[in-house]
Structures are given as C-alpha cells and as structure tokens.
Ligand binder design. Structure first.
Ligand SMILES: *Cc1c(COP(=O)(O)O)cnc(C)c1O
Ligand code: SF4
Length: 438
C-alpha cells in the first residue's frame, strides 16, 4: 500500500501489478484516516464467498469450491493485507497465505498433530516444556492464514476465553512455580480489546514467579495499524514482554509493518520473528535471506524457521525437511549471524521442537575435531588441554538439569531405554525367574 500523505482519498491498488487488473472492490475509495484505523480494516475484511469471487484472478467457476472450503475453514482478509497481493501473479506468495484453495480439502494430516490438547492440564493452556507454557486466549484473528497450525480451533467460532476460563489458567500457573515464561497466544491476542488484553497481562504479572510474558501475534504483518499508542502505552506497563510475530515473505515487510514493529520496540517490547516454511511462498534460500535481512533493518530478530506442521488441509504447503536444511546451509556464513534463525520441526505426538541443521562436525578425536565450514573447507580444530582444571559452578547448587539426554552426559544415568523395550523385558523376566542367561 502506498500511502500518499496529503491526499484524502486512497485507492486500493490491485497490487503493484498495475493497470492490467481492473479491480474495483467495494471499498475502492477510502480516506487515509479510515485506512489507518484498525476498526475500519476489521469491519471491511473479505469474509465471504461473493467478496472472494469478485477478486481478480479468481475464476467465478470456482465459486462452488470456495463455498465448500469456506464452509469448513473461514476466511478473513484485511484490506491492508489484500493490498499487498499482486493479482496478476497466479502464484502470489501473499495470496497463497490469504485466499482459500481447493487443496485445503484433504484427508492427509491431523487436526492436532502436536497433541497440544493432550498436554493441556486446563482447557486452553498447554504445558509441555519444563519452565514455560502457552495460553490460547482467543480463537479470533484479523487475517486467517491458510497455513494455520491451529485451524482446529476455528470451528469453535470467533470467540475469546471468558474470565472464568482464564481464571483456571491463572490458577494453574500460580500453582506451578517452575513456570517463568508464559506465551499468550491464540488466535491472535492483539485482536482482543486493549482492556481485555490488559486484564490478562495484569493477572499474569500478579504471579511472582512469572518472569517474562510473550505475545504471539501476526498483527504487525496483517493489521499493523492495530499497534497504536493506546496498545503500546498499555504493553509498556507490564514488561518484560516479548512479541513473536510471523513474517513469511520479504514483501510483507512494508514501511507500515516496520513502523508497527518500531512502535513496539520503543514501548520496550522486543520483536522476534517465527517464519513458517511454506511451499510456493518462501521455500527458497534467497527469499528467506531477503526476508531476514529486511527484518533486521526493521530491528526484528529472526528467531525460528518452522517446518510446516502436519495439519489437515496444509499438505500443499509442506516441504521436505531437506529443503529447510538446504536453506540453513545457504544462510550460515553467507548472511549476518543475526539474520539466521533456528530451523525447527515440531514433531507430531507432542515431542516438541527439534532443531535441524547441516552437519558441521565431520569427525571427533580426543585431541582434534574435524570440522567443515560454510565454504566447504575442511579444518582440524585443536582441542583444549585444560582437562585437569575445574569447570565453572553456579553460586548456588541450582536445580538439577531435567533434560534426560543431559543426564547421560553428566553420568547421572547410564542409558535411556524406551518404555516397552522387548529385550529389557526379557532380561527382567530372566532375573526374576533366577534362570541363568543363555
Ligand atoms: C513453541 C512452544 C513453546 C515455546 O518454545 P520456545 O522454544 O521456548 O520458543 C512453549 N510451549 C509450547 C506448547 C510450544 O509449542
Ligand atoms: S494469525 Fe496465527 S493463529 Fe491466526 S490464523 Fe494466522 S497462523 Fe493461525
């Protein structure tokens, strides 16, 4: 969107594609003031099939298919995000994220592959990792991403959690003193009325062991005008708050989006980015490199590159893991380290996030390790000879690391055996019966 300051009326462009698209949406003429008002943006979202069918590049014959898709997965596109689409490009990366596709009809995938619901001690709160938890506080988003991992909650309607439901989550966090990091997610929490979000943050801040609060929101990307003075003033009161957003393509890093991130940062809220690796949208090293360097210019730190989850209706967006590794290979060494996220796959069944990257260790010996660098140069690295000297210790004993593999390293345990291992069960039976090993 090119905002031409000084002009009263703005015309919604049919993308920068220009004249080739004779696109005349119902909101073709809008004042700059309206355009920059998030309420206007929300009120004028594309939400139904007839609006969709009137978009350029959409075959009216697809109307029936669109109707079927949208009867399962709802649509919502802010005029702002719509204005980023180049309608003359049939494979536009912005359109792919916003406009429903027939491919969403598929039996492949699961509603909740990450088993978030199974790790929910109270409805809406997932406690998977030792010191942090995730709250789903609303089912509402200003833009419904076609690749959303939590598409399953869309069927619950566009509602937010009640105070009663929230109180159960607060009580759980209060009882669990190990939780020091709470992720407020959804849906999109920044679509809540400011007072409502404040209620959540205020209640979390009343819990002494909650050190940091993270907000997961795509608002900076799809509705940047929502990050207004009122919102920033409120967030400033409840820090430290970190915001994780989701830019997936360099063209999403517009001056408006960058300005929204800047307002957050000035309110003391660091902004990090979690890109989803999506076929046809950003599954190319050069796109990710440009995205991440644009983000750094906007002072946003690329945090994660996510493998697309195995969610029903997302199969057409998934890439092989090898594509992610290839992208990481092309980034490391070739871009600022700050522009390099961790590539992670959240494995189905609740195993959590696992980082995946190219292998830089070729071999390890006691005295030397053989490494290769990003250019393919193979090097010998001389190991330290300070084995006799003690390692650092924290002032207090501190909690024992709970990480199971780490316990193998400290020697606390000798092995980790999967539950139900048949050989171990045989061994146990033999011991109990007292018969000698054969
Ligand atoms: C991703 C996630 C977190 C946060 O993980 P970090 O690696 O700390 O960013 C916490 N809880 C759940 C359930 C998650 O999926
Ligand atoms: S903003 Fe987040 S929760 Fe909302 S649809 Fe997009 S990915 Fe899903």
């Amino acid at each position: 969107m090119e905002t031409k300051s000084g002009e009263d009326a703005l015309t919604l462009p049919g993308g920068t594609g220009g004249d080739s698209c004779a696109y005349d949406p119902p909101w073709a003429t809008v004042t700059e003031r309206e355009w920059n008002d998030y309420r206007w943006q929300i009120a004028n979202r594309v939400t139904d099939v007839s609006q969709l069918a009137s978009l350029p590049g959409i075959d009216p014959a697809d109307r029936e298919l669109l109707r079927r898709v949208t009867s399962i997965y709802r649509v919502g596109i802010t005029p702002y995000y719509l204005s980023l689409i180049r309608f003359d490009d049939p494979a536009d990366p912005i359109a792919l994220q916003a406009i429903p596709a027939v491919e969403e009809f598929t039996d492949i995938g699961l509603d909740d592959p990450l088993d978030e619901e199974k790790d929910m001690p109270v409805p809406g709160l997932t406690h998977r990792y030792p010191d942090r938890c995730l709250m789903v506080v609303t089912n509402y988003c200003s833009m419904y991403c076609r690749h959303c991992t939590r598409k399953r909650i869309w069927t619950l309607g566009e509602g937010s959690k009640t105070e009663f439901e929230l109180s159960k989550m607060f009580a759980y966090i209060r009882r669990h003193e190990e939780i020091r990091d709470v992720i407020v997610s959804g849906g999109d929490p920044l679509t809540l009325p400011t007072a409502r979000l404040e209620y959540i943050l205020k209640n979390l801040r009343r819990i002494p062991h909650v050190e940091i609060i993270r907000i997961g929101s795509r608002v900076p990307v799809v509705l940047p005008m929502r990050i207004d003075a009122e919102m920033c003033g409120m967030l400033e009161k409840y820090g430290p708050i970190w915001l994780n957003t989701q830019f997936n393509h360099p063209r999403e890093v517009t001056p408006e989006a960058a300005a929204a991130c800047d307002r957050l940062i000035r309110a003391g809220v660091p902004v990090n980015n979690q890109t989803v690796l999506l076929k046809g949208v950003n599954d190319h090293p050069e796109i990710i490199r440009r995205l991440n360097t644009s983000l750094l210019k906007a002072k946003v730190r690329p945090y994660y590159l996510f493998q697309c989850d195995m969610v029903r209706g997302l199969e057409h967006f998934r890439t092989r893991l090898s594509r992610g590794v290839e992208i990481m290979e092309a980034l490391r060494g070739h871009s600022s380290g700050l522009a390099i996220p961790s590539f992670v796959v959240d494995v189905p069944g609740g195993g959590g996030k696992i980082p995946i990257m190219p292998n830089y260790i070729l071999s390890m010996g006691e005295e030397r390790t053989v490494l290769r660098n990003y250019e393919g140069i193979i090097l010998s690295y001389e190991e330290a000879r300070s084995d006799g000297r003690p390692s650092a210790r924290p002032d207090d004993a501190g909690p024992t690391p709970r990480n199971d593999v780490y316990r193998l390293m400290t020697g606390e345990v000798k092995s980790l055996v999967p539950a139900g291992n048949e050989r171990m069960a045989r061994r146990k039976r033999r011991c109990e019966s007292g018969s000698p090993a054969t």
